[in-house]
Ligand binder design. Structure first.
Ligand SMILES: [Zn+2]
Ligand SMILES: [Zn+2]
Length: 156
């Protein structure tokens, strides 16, 4: 059911995250709660990758929403592709807003934890050729590079 909904959304190319959330809630006959909108708005004000604690702290400045609610809600946003969930270094779970954001990959500094994003159109060629050669439909991928940034400010 969710997949079907997502397909509809993608076709409509809605660019407003709240529209997508509201359309989803209506399609599922779910009540619109202010909590979900508050969390979504807060997420779309963040321009970087963030974890649940950071999001919780930001929201707590203005609103009382439990960490469990934030966690459950962000899982829903992840399913709706409003948020992208990353697991870096097999352990560190970070999120970022994903609507209207270009596909990108990450460089993660293992010393200072700085995350840089990069896009390279050649990746699409690799995906296309893998699909053709292996008769496979790729729905998502993740490509993370770990190493050390060459910033003067990089710790140690
Ligand atoms: Zn990113
Ligand atoms: Zn660094």
């Amino acid at each position: 059911m969710l997949d079907q909904f997502l397909l509809q959304m993608i076709n409509k190319e809605s660019t407003n995250p709240n529209d997508i959330l509201n359309q989803y809630l209506e399609s599922q006959g779910l009540r619109k709660t202010p909590e979900r909108s508050i969390i979504l708005d807060e997420i779309y004000n963040i321009n970087d990758h963030f974890d649940i604690d950071e999001l919780f702290n930001l929201i707590s400045k203005k609103n009382k929403i439990s960490k469990a609610t934030i966690y459950n809600t962000i899982e829903l946003f992840n399913k709706l592709e409003l948020v992208k969930k990353h697991v870096f270094n097999d352990t560190k779970v970070l999120y970022e807003k994903s609507l209207n954001k270009k596909q990108h990959n990450h460089l993660i500094c293992e010393k200072c934890n700085k995350i840089q994003e990069f896009c390279d159109p050649r990746l699409q060629q690799i995906i296309d050729s893998a699909e053709t050669l292996l008769k496979f439909k790729i729905s998502k991928h993740s490509l993370n590079f770990y190493g050390r940034c060459l910033d003067d400010n990089c710790k140690k």
